[in-house]
Design a protein around this ligand. Structure first.
Ligand code: FPP
Length: 229
């Protein structure tokens, strides 16, 4: 249980606005994804050095993102593979553990291998766990968890279903979405029940640890009542 109501253990971020960032500069959309991937490193470093953050969950690819043009999907898959391999050094440097949530079975065997290998090589790190939501959809996560419980003829309760999810890493304390969009897009619906939300106009490639710190300071001053008074 958290030490106090505003103790920040789990931060979640919907990283949005890469395409607009690129367009504003006259670049192709994929340039925005490249820059966005660099920002993940800065934010992970911030989280690793933060006193209380244990987990940062980042929405990197949703089950709906397959609808994007093929060249963009292919680019994102290649970028993820290359980026993860390059990130290993960073994970070691910051003491960050890499984890995922979502159906990575939907990715190529090569990418699945890279993901498994980075997870294995960072499993011992304890400063922060970075969870990338990859091919992730929250409704699907909940439906599959309920199906597993039903198949095992186990009771479906808040506790059993919560524990059966692929993200039983604790509820999210703070959720940030960049780029001015104000929606959840099928992200962690169960885990966000009592979360504090912040929406910033900043496009993800322009997001910085300084802005995150400012948001965290506002979060600390919010009055979280969890349904109480
Ligand atoms: C949304 O921008 C961004 C995503 C598709 C998810 C986040 C992806 C990254 C940060 C880059 C790649 C990540 C890794 C881990 C290598 P958008 O394209 O929807 O932007 P738009 O709304 O302005 O079009």
């Amino acid at each position: 249980m958290s030490k106090n109501k505003n103790y920040l253990r789990h931060l979640a971020i919907i990283m949005d606005g890469n395409g607009r960032w690129a367009k504003e500069r006259g670049y192709i959309r994929t340039k925005g994804h490249e820059k966005g991937a660099d920002v993940i490193r800065d934010i992970t470093q911030y989280c690793a050095e933060h006193e209380t953050i244990e987990t940062v969950t980042l929405y990197a690819f949703s089950t709906e993102n397959w609808k994007r043009p093929k060249y963009e999907v292919d680019f994102l898959m290649k970028l993820l593979d290359k980026w993860l391999k390059g990130e290993l050094e960073t994970y070691h440097k910051f003491g960050a553990r890499f984890e995922t949530v979502g159906n990575i079975e939907g990715f190529s065997p090569k990418l699945q291998e890279t993901i498994a290998s980075i997870k294995e090589q960072t499993a011992h790190h304890t400063n922060v766990t970075q969870i990338l939501a990859l091919n992730y959809g929250s409704r699907e996560e909940i439906a599959k968890a309920a199906t597993r419980l039903a198949n095992r003829k186990e009771a479906i309760t808040e506790e059993s279903l919560g524990n059966e999810l692929n993200t039983p890493y604790t509820d999210v304390d703070l959720m940030v979405r960049t780029s001015g969009e104000v929606r959840l897009s099928n992200f962690l619906l169960w885990q966000l029940s009592y979360t504090e939300f912040f929406f910033t106009e900043t496009l993800w490639p322009d997001f910085t640890p300084t802005e995150l710190e400012d948001i965290i300071n506002q979060y600390i001053n919010r009055n979280r009542r969890f349904g109480g008074v």
